[in-house]
Design a protein around this ligand. Structure first.
Ligand SMILES: Nc1nc2c(ncn2[C@@H]2O[C@H](COP(=O)(O)OP(=O)(O)O)[C@@H](O)[C@H]2O)c(=O)[nH]1
Ligand SMILES: [Mg+2]
Length: 239
């Protein structure tokens, strides 16, 4: 199946070449789309300088930092328009192990959304401060409890979608950005009756560059789960 891996970037100059190499190493048939938000550190320049650029490596450049959610939506819409059958998403900062790509990709054969999950078999997070881990873990408990969606890791960013099901949701309608974006995508697909599968992954905190996590991202997600719950009372039919 024609596959593209979407990688959003903001100031990932220290990681971008390594992650691109690792994706090709582990999933040689895949193409890559970087969505860069005008990184001042020249991340986009590094992408355009690579030999694969224009062949199996593409970039969408936005003028300023507009957020992760809209970066992904822009990337997904482009992937759909280009006829990719499978769209994967992962972070640029090497927190997601590219060695997991083939396993997540293989599982899409009989599902619609595969989630690389940190919490499906215990807690598989390395090097996060305890405060960040607790925040993430309880954000997931909270999300599960409020929405009723039986997903252990709804906030993670390592996923594989069947394009056919991505088409079924209106990407232009999605406004959320950080954790909230990850929750919203999974929730909307789950409500549409998508087959969602979680596979265990190990998440390692970034070694280079800085996190773009912020308080606003937390508030956004805390509010979003209620919004999803309320709207889903009218139309949500999980399988
Ligand atoms: N294009 C784009 N990418 C972003 C933005 N914010 C974060 N990213 C990227 O999204 C991924 C995850 O962000 P990160 O800061 O590592 O979040 P954390 O792992 O939750 O701390 C990384 O590849 C970032 O470069 C944004 O506003 N625009
Ligand atoms: Mg990160």
């Amino acid at each position: 199946m024609k596959t593209i891996v979407c990688i959003p970037t903001y100031n990932e100059i220290e990681n971008i070449n390594r992650i691109v190499d690792l994706v090709y190493e582990n999933l040689p048939s895949a193409h890559i789309l970087v969505i860069d938000d005008g990184s001042p550190d020249g991340t986009a320049v590094a992408v355009r300088q690579r030999v694969e650029y224009g062949e199996r490596l593409y970039i969408i450049e936005r003028e300023q930092k507009l957020g992760l959610g809209t970066a992904y939506c822009t990337g997904f819409a482009w992937a759909i328009s280009q006829g990719y059958e499978v769209v994967m998403q992962m972070d640029a900062d090497l927190s997601h192990d590219a060695k997991d790509l083939p396993r997540l990709h293989a599982a899409i054969a009989d599902s619609d959304l595969v989630i690389g999950s940190r919490y499906v078999s215990g807690v598989n997070v390395i090097n996060w401060p305890m405060s960040r881990l607790l925040l993430s873990y309880f954000a997931n408990v909270y999300t599960r409890f409020i929405t009723g969606m039986p997903i252990r890791d709804a906030t993670g960013g390592f996923k594989c979608f069947r394009t056919e099901v991505l088409r079924s949701i209106d990407l232009a309608q999605i406004r959320s950005n950080g954790y909230a974006f990850q929750i919203e995508m999974t929730f909307r697909l789950w409500c549409k009756g998508a087959r969602v599968v979680e596979l265990p992954i190990v998440f390692v905190d970034r070694i280079s560059g800085t996190s773009k996590m912020s308080k606003n991202i937390i508030y956004e997600a805390a509010w979003l789960v209620w919004k999803l719950k309320i709207t889903s009372m009218f139309r949500c039919s999980p399988r």
